[in-house]
Design a protein around this ligand. Structure first.
Ligand code: SF4
Ligand code: SF4
Length: 284
């Protein structure tokens, strides 16, 4: 069998609830019957691929973010750090010690750079964890953002570093992204060779698909469409978008009670239409 080594495939979708995780896990399950597969759950606010594949996760590493720390002996209480912080993480009133709100900090470093007294140094805070797991011959890598931490792309960036290091250990790396077109989705997609957008034939599905198509065109990444629950609405909505953005619907997965039941039981989905996605991957 030809070895299509080191292909990184993104499974995304502008809209949540279209079946992105179902498709990503089903694709990983099918490919892992004959290939070395790494599945990456990059939906770090709410990762759940391990549930569908019945994978017991093991702690792999902490993800940390740098945060500033103050030396109040050196601080002359000028208030400048509060002015330069664009995320309102510092409340600094002239002649008072600055107050730091770690949850608001993105580690940009502006306060450290601007303090003339060198009263601000660096420390770290944990913002999330990465887990690994194995079942059905699928190696899983999961990123999980800590509750109340706002910057999920830091976790995705950490996943990307691991993917780049390990990618040659696998024939296929499948990245299951979050829904939407925000920073953690962009971070997950930027290392993909090819991307599939999972959508459904509804006005909402069409609206959100158009956003992700526009994003991927800007990113110059090849994208095809997977139409899930293809028989529940009006396919014309998606066909018009495919034509407008010069892409293709490469697989249609009809609504299936069997798929719903498998998901409800936390079992991997097997569906003949997944093979059409594999054909497309292997010929792209
Ligand atoms: S900029 Fe430096 S000296 Fe001024 S308030 Fe902030 S920490 Fe203190
Ligand atoms: S590192 Fe940036 S975001 Fe954090 S407190 Fe300093 S200026 Fe604000």
């Amino acid at each position: 069998m030809k070895n299509f080594s080191s292909k990184i495939i993104g499974i995304t979708g502008g809209k949540g609830g279209t079946g992105k995780t179902t498709v990503a896990t089903a694709l990983a399950y099918e490919l892992a019957k004959k290939h070395r597969v790494l599945l990456v759950d990059a939906d770090v606010d709410c990762p759940n691929d391990h549930l569908l594949l019945d994978i017991k996760q093991k702690f792999y590493k902490k993800v940390e973010q740098r945060i500033p720390v103050w030396d109040f002996e050196k601080c002359i209480k000028c208030g400048l750090c509060g002015i330069v912080c664009k995320t309102n993480a510092i409340v600094a009133i002239k002649d008072k010690d600055p107050i730091f709100v770690p949850a608001q900090c993105n580690g940009c470093g502006a306060c450290v750079l601007k303090c003339s007294e060198k009263a601000i140094g660096w420390s770290k805070k944990e913002i999330g964890k990465i887990y690994t797991g194995l079942n059905h011959n699928i190696n899983l890598l999961t990123g999980e953002l800590k509750i109340n931490e706002p910057i999920s792309e830091f976790i995705v960036n950490s996943l990307n570093k691991i993917i780049k290091k390990k990618k040659n250990d696998y024939d296929y790396t499948i990245i299951d992204t979050a829904a939407g077109t925000h920073c953690p989705v962009i971070a997950a997609l930027e290392i993909c060779d090819t991307v599939f957008a999972v959508t459904e034939p509804t006005p909402l599905g069409g609206h959100d698909l158009e956003l992700i198509l526009q994003l991927l065109i800007k990113m110059q990444i090849k994208i095809d469409i997977i139409l899930n629950r293809s028989d529940i609405g009006d396919k014309k909505i998606i066909k018009i978008l495919a034509k407008k953005y010069q892409t293709k619907i490469i697989a249609e997965i009809p609504y299936s009670k069997n798929i719903i039941l498998k998901c409800a039981k936390g079992k991997p989905v097997e569906d003949e239409n997944i093979n059409e996605i594999i054909n497309r991957i292997n010929h792209s």
